[in-house]
Design a protein around this ligand. Structure first.
Ligand SMILES: [Zn+2]
Length: 381
């Protein structure tokens, strides 16, 4: 699936209609969750329930039927994740489905919308009254060149700086990978963004420091404003825009780094960390870094798939403690930046040593599994 995204332009009335459609989606989703809580409804029950809701509530019937189904799917997604967590006996919270209050998008499938011939407008044809929206900018994106049948989903979403339309196009993207004969291991740096097994470091992106300062300032400003005031509303919007900007910069940085790494190697190994636990941290700087790393891994997996090269996640045990030359365990605290082996005398940057161990682990497990890398791809995702 390729995702094309456009900002859309319309009138205030049209934006209000989008907001209303988004509210209807949330209403249906929450009603489905309620139905499941009350009568243990199945996925199929919820699909049937959509039609019931449409008969009962006129505003629900104005939303395209496939979009209604998609809203019920969202409820089921939350329920299914909860079941899966219970089945896996996951420690901690199982994620019991919650009612949603902050929905920001509505998703159409193959009906309820129409693309104009020039590919510059999209018209929503259901009862929500959104009507014809213009795609803004991105002249290079030519959605019109794809056969309509390949467009599987159309999503309207609200962001801090306006409304956007995402079109999911079913198309395979494959790149002929030019083999370089090199495999690499990478480690999350504490002081750098990453360190590889060759000892190269990628510095933390410049935006993160600046963004951190700015977000802190915006947070402070928001907390000073009186609750319910116009100024508080404004401050909240400015903060949301600030986060949006960081999110885009982060995405851009991650994508470029991942693409560069995949293009120049035949195998990439990284340490499987629990990003989610890492992000729960009071320090903004650290959390920005961790979220950035999570997004980077996502893109690494994506480009690995496009280039058809293995991206291997290895378990994190001993990667930083073990000596990458002689396997001796050399205990070190987080503050010790250098690995010094008393057995073989190896002296090396701590992250560099870890990256070498990560690569070694990946190579030994990769040798063990012949026949493609479907296994490793799944691990990576
Ligand atoms: Zn050693």
């Amino acid at each position: 699936m390729l995702i094309y995204e456009y900002k859309v332009a319309g009138t205030t009335t049209q934006y209000a209609a989008i907001d209303e459609a988004i509210r209807v989606v949330q209403f249906i989703r929450n009603k489905c969750v309620r139905k499941w809580m009350d009568d243990h409804a199945t996925k199929h029950d919820l699909q049937v329930y959509c039609a019931v809701l449409a008969r009962e509530y006129s505003f629900a019937s104005s939303l395209n039927s496939q979009a209604r189904q998609a809203s019920a799917d969202r409820a089921w997604f939350a329920i299914a994740r909860f079941y899966a967590n219970c089945k896996e006996k996951k420690l901690g919270k199982k994620g019991y489905p919650q009612f949603q209050h902050d929905n920001r998008s509505v998703e159409y499938k193959t009906t309820g919308w129409k693309l104009s011939v020039d590919g510059k407008h999209i018209t929503f044809t259901d009862g929500c009254g959104i009507g014809r929206l213009r795609f803004v900018g991105n002249k290079k994106q030519t959605i019109a060149t794809f056969p309509l049948k390949q467009i599987k989903r159309v999503r309207l979403l609200k962001r801090a700086d306006g409304y956007y339309c995402q079109l999911s196009v079913k198309a395979e993207r494959k790149v002929e990978h030019v083999a370089s004969g090199t495999a690499i291991g990478i480690d999350v740096g504490l002081t750098s963004f990453l360190t590889d097994s060759e000892g190269n470091m990628i510095a933390n992106p410049r935006y993160s420091r600046k963004a951190e300062k700015k977000l802190k300032r915006l947070h402070r400003r928001l907390s000073r404003k009186k609750k319910g005031s116009q100024n508080r509303k404004k401050a909240r919007k400015a903060l949301a825009k600030g986060y949006l900007k960081v999110q885009r910069q982060r995405e851009d940085f991650a994508r470029k780094q991942a693409n560069a790494l995949v293009s120049s190697h035949d195998l990439i190994a990284y340490e499987h960390l629990h990003i989610r636990n890492m992000v729960r941290n009071r320090h903004l700087a650290k959390s920005i870094h961790d979220v950035g790393w999570g997004i980077f891994l996502h893109w690494l997996a994506y480009y690995g798939m496009v280039h058809a090269i293995p991206i291997i996640a290895v378990p994190p045990q001993y990667t930083s403690q073990q000596c990458s030359d002689c396997d001796t365990i050399v205990k070190k605290s987080l503050s010790m930046r250098t690995h010094m082996c008393p057995n073989c005398g190896l002296v090396m940057d701590r992250d560099h040593n870890a990256a070498r161990n990560i690569l070694e682990k990946a190579l030994s497990s990769h040798r063990g599994c012949t026949g493609g890398h479907s296994e490793t791809d799944r691990l990576a995702l």
